[in-house]
Design a protein around this ligand. Structure first.
Ligand code: URA
Length: 208
């Protein structure tokens, strides 16, 4: 059997050759996603924007800068995370992906999840969120983790939302601050530092 890196690269190459929906016609590059095949954490955005389309890499534009800052704030390395999108080719003028485009692209995301088997998926777009939380509103469930078997899914606001509405930035930061604890809990790892006696009890893993 091919090793997992080879399989991940094969999925990426298949995505680059994909014609399952018309989006490939207007795109410069497909953006399959990037990160280690053994990543415990996967982030799923909406779809490539202009910068991503140009470079063939996810979250390399202004939204990516916000994402990098949010990750730096919790000492998470981007290089430890597999980052991808619901659709792998750029929708024209950054319009929302259509339901049939999301459906056509779904198999690629399925294959990536199946291969990588992340412990935690962070959805950073409403289209990614809809896969696990079809009838929920991001305003109600952002930052709250839900377990699906061995997988923990955490819906977050899209980092670009903080560019359009600066009031969302503190909320995004607060939600990202919950991630290290979620990751420790799902990994079964002990907390990095045992709480000192005078500390208030660590916040429990919030599930709903
Ligand atoms: N926004 C997304 O949802 N994905 C990207 O890759 C870039 C911006």
């Amino acid at each position: 059997m091919a090793d997992k890196n080879t399989e991940l690269e094969k999925i990426a190459n298949d995505v680059r050759a994909c014609t399952r929906c018309p989006l490939y016609k207007g795109a410069t590059n497909a953006v399959p996603g990037e990160g280690p095949v053994h990543a415990d954490i996967m982030m799923i955005g909406e779809g490539p924007g202009a910068n991503e389309d140009k470079l063939g890499r996810p979250f390399v534009g202004p939204a990516g800068k916000v994402l990098d800052e949010l990750l730096a704030g919790i000492q998470l390395k981007r290089s430890d995370i597999f980052i991808t999108n619901v659709v792998k080719h750029r929708p024209p003028n950054n319009r929302d992906p259509l339901p049939e485009e999301i459906e056509a692209c779904r198999g690629w995301l399925d294959q990536q999840i199946e291969l990588i088997q992340p412990k935690v998926i962070i959805t950073i777009s409403r289209f990614a969120m809809a896969r696990w939380f079809p009838n929920e509103k991001i305003s109600a469930i952002h930052g709250k983790a839900k377990r699906f078997g061995n997988l923990l899914v955490v819906p977050m606001f899209h980092p670009a939302a903080a560019l359009h509405n600066i009031n969302l930035r503190p909320q995004l930061e607060a939600d990202f601050k919950k991630l290290p604890q979620y990751i420790r809990d799902i990994s079964g790892a002990p907390a990095a530092e045992p709480p000192k006696k005078q500390d208030p009890p660590a916040e429990q893993l919030k599930m709903f």
